[in-house]
Design a protein around this ligand. Sequence first.
Ligand SMILES: [Zn+2]
Ligand SMILES: [Zn+2]
Length: 334
Amino acid sequence: MKALVYTSPMELEYRDEPDPMPEAGEALIRVEASGICGSDMHAYYGHDERRPAPLILGHEVSGEVVSGSRKGQRVVVNPLVTCGQCDDCLSGRANLCRSRQIISMQPRQGAFSELLRMPERNLVTLPDDMSYAHAALTEPVATAMHAVLEGERLGRRPMADSRVLVLGGGAIGISVALILYSHGCRNIRLGETNQLRRQTVERTGSCEVYDPLNDPAPEADSWDIVIDAVGGAATREASSKAVKPGGVVVHIGLMDNNGGLDVRKFTLQEVTFIGCYTYTMVDVRATVNALYSGALGSLDWIEQRPLSEGAAAFADLAAGNTPAAKIVLIPNRT
Ligand SMILES: [Zn+2]
Ligand SMILES: [Zn+2]
């Protein structure tokens, strides 16, 4: 098969690779679309020691099953492979499974390729007329869905009455805003430093957008929920300032690991802080329904490019040269 292989920092090679061999309980998927994630970029920069080269990246994938009992089905993949037997898996929190593996991290290759092997229980069937490119958004949008649902669970008032601040306007941040809007929230502000991305978020009509570097900071102590989709020291500091007494900070981003939190304020003002990681199968199914129903709008903030030109797509993302909140790579077939 053809695959886009990460060979060394800032280098990707489109080349022939051996076809994956499905194991017991697994199916072979013919990949139809796979999105480039912030975590793929992190690996591409050489910053992720869990993803050493050479490796096929990519975990946001839709396609058609070509082997096993589900052959012929159009599916989206839950890329998180879990044991299915531990306390966390059995209590509906499989995202916390201690033996979890995500594809695009050894021992599992990723999805920037023509074929992918996947446990059959990780596949969710798609409606016949749902586009593969939209379906490939399921993974990042499910991450946003999980975060919004956790914020909703911990918040003290209905979404329709809440003021929510979102930090970051990439695929996760934009999805958070669209999900909040679809849940009735009409008081959403979103901060994003990249001007092209700000315009993309603005066009969705779901929220008010600002530039964290040049516009005044959001009012301090006044947001019921702050959702940090960047996860850096600067956004943690902004979250700490913005959240109101008794409010909730939902932390999804994985940019860096130190600094920014005002733990004293959290203590004195009973702020709830929660980290959110990925999603459960329930979130994945809810996300397919939301994407398909049109509840999240037209989804025109994605850009499709051929897999063979994936290296240029990574370079454009690294340079901040694209307005797209998500680039989806489509394997070249004639
Ligand atoms: Zn992702
Ligand atoms: Zn488990």
